[in-house]
Write a protein that binds this ligand. Sequence first.
Ligand code: ZN
Length: 565
Amino acid sequence: MKTLYSFLFIALFAILPISAQNLSEKADKLFGVKKEIQFKFQIQSRAEISKLTRIISIDNVKDNYIYAYANKKEFLKFLELGYEYQLINDKEEETDYNMLDNLNYKDIQAWNFYPTYNAYDSLMSKFQTNFPNLCRSFSIKTLASGRKLLFVKISDNPDVNENEPKFLYTSSMHGDELTGYILMLRLIEYLLSNYGTDARITSIINNTEIWINPLANPDGTFALGNNTVAGATRYNANGIDFNRNFPDPYDGQHPDGNAWQPETMAFMALADSIQFTMSANIHGGAEVCNYPFDTWAQLPADNNWWNYVCREYADTVHVNGIAGYLDDLDNGVTNGYAWYQITGGRQDYMNYFAHCREFCLEISNTKKPAASTLPNYWNYNYRSLLNYLEQCQYGIKGIVTDSITGIPLKASVFIQGHDMDSSHVYSTLPLGNYYRPIYAGNYNVTYSAPGYYSKTISSGVVNKTSTIKDVQLVPIYITTNEIANYPNINIYPNPANNKINILLDKNYSYKEVTLTDIYGKKVFEKTIKSTDNLIEINVQEYSKGLYFVILEGNNQKISQKIVIE
Ligand SMILES: [Zn+2]
C-alpha cells in the first residue's frame, strides 16, 4: 500500500448520523455498478480490528489506519459503525500493463508484460507441449464465466505418484494483486527450461512434485474483460473475497456468512485430494512474509521454523533486492495475527485443516505494478522462491508400513510436547510416505494408525537436512494366535450381518470372549462358562466394518478378523 500514495487521489467523506435508508442510498450512489470499493479510516485502538475484520475485508493496518475493501452489503454494515472514511481510487490510466495477446519467444525471455486471459490459458498449455516429460497442464475448475483455475504440475515423472513431497505455489486470489501472477508464470518457465542443465533446478524437480497456479481468481483479475488487467478487482465475480470464505479454525465453517464460493470449494477439494507438504499464497499491497495463524493470537507450534524459513526468504531478498524492499513489520516477517486478524483465510485453512505449511507472501506494495517493473520483482525474489521450495525436503520424513505385510499405512505423525493446533502430519496412501518440516532439535515422534500399536521414535533434526525414519507398525493382534491354528473352533458366518456364532473347542479352556472394532474399542464382551458350547453375538446394531473376535484363557489369546456387513 505505501507507494500507492503517490498516484492515488483521495476523496474525503464525513459521515453524519443518518437513517438506514439514507445509508442505503448513499451506498447505491457510491457503488454504481462497482462490486467493491477501497477505502481507509482511522481506529482508536487495535481492539476494534476483531469486529471490523468480520465486516469488511481488511487489506492493511498501518499506524492505526485501516485499509480495506467492501462490497455493498459489507459497506452498509460498516457505515452503521459511524467511522469517518476516505475512498481510495487508483489512477490506473497512468500504468502501462503492456497487455500481450500473442506471445513470442522474445516476450517470454523478457517477462515485462501481462498476458491477456487467452494468452495466459494458451501459455499454460504450451508449458506441457514444450516440456512433455516434465509438465502437465490442467484446470481444477471452470468458473461460470468460462475462465479456469489453471495449474501446472512439474516433476521428473509427472504421471507417477512418487515418494516425494508435494509443493504448491499459488498467486493472486485477490484478483488485483498481480505481481505474483507473472512471477509464477516465469517460475514455471525457469524451472522447466533449466532442468538438466542447472544442477539445483534438476535436483528440485527430481525430488519434488511442484504444483503452480499463477492465477487463483481469474474473474477478479479480468473483471473488465479478457484483454485487460486494468479494473482488476480484489473480489471474485460474485463480489466476494474468498480469502475470508474458507472454514476457520476459530470462527467455524462460514466465517463470512457467505456460501463457499466456487473458487473456495475447488481449492478445498484440491487440498483434500493432494496432501501438500508446503505451499505459499502470493498477495500484494504490502511487502512481508505473513505466517500462521491469522485468526488467533496463539503462535503456531512451529513458530521457530516459520521465523527461520520466512527470515531466510526475506534476508535472501534483502541481499538481492533494493533498499527498502520487503522490509515491512519485522524487516519483512510477521505473524499474521500480530499484523491484523482475519478469519476465513486460506492460509489458516491449509495449516489447520489440510496439515500443509502455507504462508502468505505479500510481494509488492504496488498491487498492479507497471509491466516494465516486473523483471525487478523476479530478480529480487526468485532465489528466495527456490529456497522455500527446497525446504519441503528437510525435517523428518519416511514411509510407514505394516510390520507383517509391508503394506503402506496412513498414520498420524505426532511430535510429543510440540504439535498442537493440527501441526501434526499424516503419511499418505498409496505409498505411506510422510514429510514433517521442522526446526533443528531432538524430537520424540509418535506414529499411530487404527488397528496398530503406536510407536514413538526419537529423531534428531539439523536444518537443511532430512532425517529419514521409515517406521513399521505392529498390528494389534499379531501377538495372539490365529484362530486358523485351532481347527475345532469355528466362527461363522464371515462376513456376518445378523449374528456371529462362535463354536468352542472343548479342549481349550476359555474365560472371556470380546469383539473389538478396528480401533481396539470393545463393542461386546462376555464371560464364558465351562458349560458354554456355542456363543452367539447379535451384531445387527453394529456399524459395518472390520472387527476382531478375541478368545482369552490360560494366558493365551486367539483372535480372528471378521467383517460385519
Ligand atoms: Zn491479498
